[in-house]
Design a protein. Structure first.
Length: 365
C-alpha cells in the first residue's frame, strides 16, 4: 500500500533546540543546495533497496526537496541484490543497501566508490557504535569509508518466561540438557557453525582453522540431539514453538520474532548472550557508476534524519542508527556478520549433521 505524501511544508534538517549542531546544519543545507543545483527536471536517482527502506512517502519528500525523481527497485535476497548490481557492473544503479558481509564482494569488484563522509553532516547524529566505523568490519579500507550504517538487527534468544524464570545469559543455553527436546534452532550452516564457535569460546566465529572443524562438528551434533526441531521462516518458528511447548529458541530474525510470539499471546522474553549476538548491519553504498554521486550522498544523509529513522522503527520493527532504543543497551555485544572461510563447506557439513550423520561421516571428503 502506498502512503500519501506528507504536507508540502518542508521539514527542517535539524532540531532547532540543539544549537550545538549549527555547523552541521549549515553543511547539510550546503549539501542539499549543491545536489539541487546538479539535479535537473530529468535527473533520476536510481535506488536499489530492501522492502521498507524506501517507502513512497519518504521518497516523495526527498523528490520534492531535491527537485529530482527517484526510481526504486526492490530486492528480496542477497542473491537478487548481487544479480541486479552485477548485470551491468554497477552501472544501472546509483545507491544501494547492502549488509557488511556482502559489501566486501562489491568492494573487491570495484563496484562501489568511497564516500566523502565530510559531506554527510548527519553522521554526527549516529549512535557512538556507528560513528566508530573503523570498528565495524568491512566498512573502511585504506582509510576510506565505503558504506554508511543504516539499520540492523541481532540474533538473540527467545525464551518462555514460564519455563525459564531468569533470562539466559549464555549461548550455551541452547545445549543445556534441562531443555532437551524444548529447543528450537535455526537450520543454516553458516550461522550454526558461528554459534558453535561462540559456545566453544573461540576468538572468531567467522574463521575456523583446519583443526577446529572436528570440534565444531561435535558441538553441532550435540545441538541436533538437544533440539526438538529446526526452522527456516519466522512464522514456522512460532508454530513449532507452540507445538513443542518449547522453552528456548535461537532467534535468527531477532526481536521481530519476539514481537511475533507476543502478538500470538505467548509469554516470552528476549536475551542477548554474553558471548555476543550475531548481527546483520545494512548500509548504504554508492556505486562506481553513479551518475550523480552528490545526489546519492544527499539521499544517504536524508535517511539519517529523524522521520525516515522512525519509519524503520514503526513500520518495520527495525532499529535505526541514530536513535537509542530502550530495547538495546550500549554495552550489548553485537558481532557484525563477516564473510566466512567457506560458506559452501559450512552448509555441506550442516546438511550432513541435520540428516543424522555421525562425526566421521560428516567430515568425510
Amino acid at each position: 500500500m502506498r502512503h500519501p505524501p506528507p504536507p508540502c511544508t518542508p521539514r527542517p534538517l535539524w532540531d532547532r533546540r540543539q544549537f550545538a549542531l549549527g555547523a552541521s546544519v549549515s553543511l547539510a543545507l550546503a549539501l542539499a543546495a549543491t545536489a539541487r543545483a546538479r539535479a535537473t527536471a530529468t535527473e533520476v536517482l536510481r535506488v536499489l533497496a530492501w522492502p521498507g527502506y524506501a517507502d513512497a512517502d519518504i521518497v516523495k519528500t526527498f523528490e520534492q526537496r531535491m527537485g529530482c525523481q527517484v526510481e526504486v527497485t526492490m530486492v528480496d535476497s542477497d542473491v537478487d541484490l548481487w544479480q541486479k548490481i552485477s548485470l551491468h557492473q554497477a552501472q544501472n544503479f546509483d545507491v544501494f543497501a547492502v549488509n557488511t558481509a556482502e559489501l566486501q564482494r562489491y568492494i573487491r569488484q570495484n563496484w562501489v566508490q568511497p564516500i566523502a563522509t565530510a559531506t554527510l553532516p548527519l553522521l554526527a547524529k549516529q549512535l557512538p557504535r556507528f560513528q566508530n566505523r573503523v570498528a565495524i568490519p568491512g566498512l573502511v579500507h585504506g582509510g576510506k569509508t565505503y558504506a554508511i550504517p543504516y539499520t540492523y538487527a541481532e540474533m538473540g534468544l527467545v525464551y518462555d518466561r514460564q519455563q525459564i524464570r531468569q533470562a539466559p545469559t549464555t549461548i550455551n543455553a541452547l545445549w543445556d540438557p534441562r531443555y532437551q527436546g524444548k529447543v528450537i534452532a535455526y537450520s543454516a550452516g553458516t550461522h550454526n557453525f558461528a554459534l558453535a564457535a561462540q559456545a566453544l569460546g573461540w576468538a572468531s566465529p567467522f574463521r575456523l582453522a583446519d583443526n577446529q572443524w572436528p570440534q565444531a562438528v561435535d558441538k553441532l551434533i550435540a545441538l541436533r540431539r538437544n533440539a526438538a526441531v529446526f526452522y527456516t521462516q519466522p512464522e514456522e518458528s512460532l508454530d513449532l514453538f507452540k507445538r513443542h511447548r518449547a522453552a528456548l529458541l535461537f532467534a535468527n530474525y531477532g526481536r521481530q520474532q519476539e514481537v511475533l510470539f507476543r502478538a500470538a499471546g505467548l509469554d516470552v522474553g528476549y536475551a542477548i548472550p554474553q558471548e555476543g549476538a550475531l548481527a546483520w548491519l545494512d548500509c548504504w553504498a554508492i556505486t562506481r557508476g553513479a551518475t550523480n554521486p552528490v545526489l546519492a550522498a544527499a539521499w544517504i544523509n536524508y535517511l539519517l534524519e529523524p522521520e525516515p529513522g522512525q519509519v524503520l522503527v514503526q513500520r518495520q520493527g527495525l532499529a535505526n542508527t541514530t536513535s537509542a532504543s530502550p530495547e538495546y543497551r550500549a554495552d550489548d555485544r553485537l558481532l557484525w556478520l563477516e564473510p566466512v572461510e567457506s560458506e559452501e563447506r559450512r552448509n555441506l557439513l550442516w546438511s550432513r549433521i541435520v540428516s543424522g550423520d555421525r562425526a566421521r561421516k560428516v567430515l568425510a571428503p
